[in-house]
Write a protein that binds this ligand. Structure first.
Ligand code: CYC
Length: 200
């Protein structure tokens, strides 16, 4: 793996929480945990993602596999996959016994088309934006929108902004009226990440 890709993957490996922001601005920001942990049984760089409200950490609202990679034409990318019957793996991300998350198989993954992040370096780390094309379609309360999303990642934390727009009018439908979510790192799984794919 090249150095930038390795560094992006390792910076993601851990748990992030916006506890401080949520406590300071209670109605505007829910308290959320975002966790990424290596899945060494899958293609190199594969990370399990669980996003959950802190009051229900074992009932995540988004469970995915993310795969940072470098592609010759597009540079650094993060591919985003949903998992078949993801309920089987809910809460496995913070379990000391890795067996449940180790049972995720390559065949369980489905690429979320149009939802790849294009990533560039910054002075403090990395910035990623969803690929252009308005193709990352999501349905919320029966209405389809496309996602516009950005994250910034550094050694200390991560900031994210998610917004939904109408596919025809491009009108802003949901998300981020109050500014980005500010996540601090509360657990570091970088070592696990560094040893996950020894022969890769
Ligand atoms: C959807 N948020 C999404 C999607 C992505 C992200 C990729 C659409 C595809 C999918 O479901 O996977 C964002 N995924 C990320 C980010 C990373 C990632 C930033 C880190 C690299 O892996 N999202 C939040 C806030 C909340 C929010 C807590 C306030 C705006 O993080 C909302 N995101 C939100 C909603 C959707 C979404 C409502 C679409 C509908 C849904 O999933 O319910």
């Amino acid at each position: 793996m090249d150095q930038q890709l390795k560094s992006l993957t390792e910076l993601l490996c851990g748990g992030f929480s916006n506890q401080q922001q949520a406590f300071e601005n209670p109605p505007l920001y829910g308290h959320i945990k975002v966790r990424f942990r290596p899945l060494p049984q899958l293609t190199k760089g594969s990370l399990l993602l669980e996003q959950a409200y802190a009051i229900a950490p074992e009932e995540p609202y988004r469970v995915r596999v993310l795969r940072p990679m470098r592609c010759p034409e597009r540079g650094l990318l993060i591919m985003n996959y949903s998992i078949r019957d993801d309920r089987r793996f809910w809460g496995s991300i913070e379990e000391a016994d890795p067996s449940r998350r180790l049972s995720i198989e390559e065949g369980d993954l489905k690429l979320l088309e149009g939802c790849t992040y294009l990533v560039e370096t910054t002075s403090a780390g990395f910035r990623g934006t969803v690929e252009p094309g308005c193709r990352c379609l999501v349905t919320r309360r029966g209405t389809t929108s496309y996602l516009v999303s950005e994250f910034e990642l550094s050694a200390t934390g991560m900031q994210t902004i998610d917004r939904g727009h109408d596919p025809k009018s491009h009108e802003h439908l949901w998300g981020s009226v109050a500014g980005p979510f500010q996540f601090d790192r509360y657990v570091d799984w970088r070592d696990e990440c560094a040893t996950a794919w020894p022969n890769a």
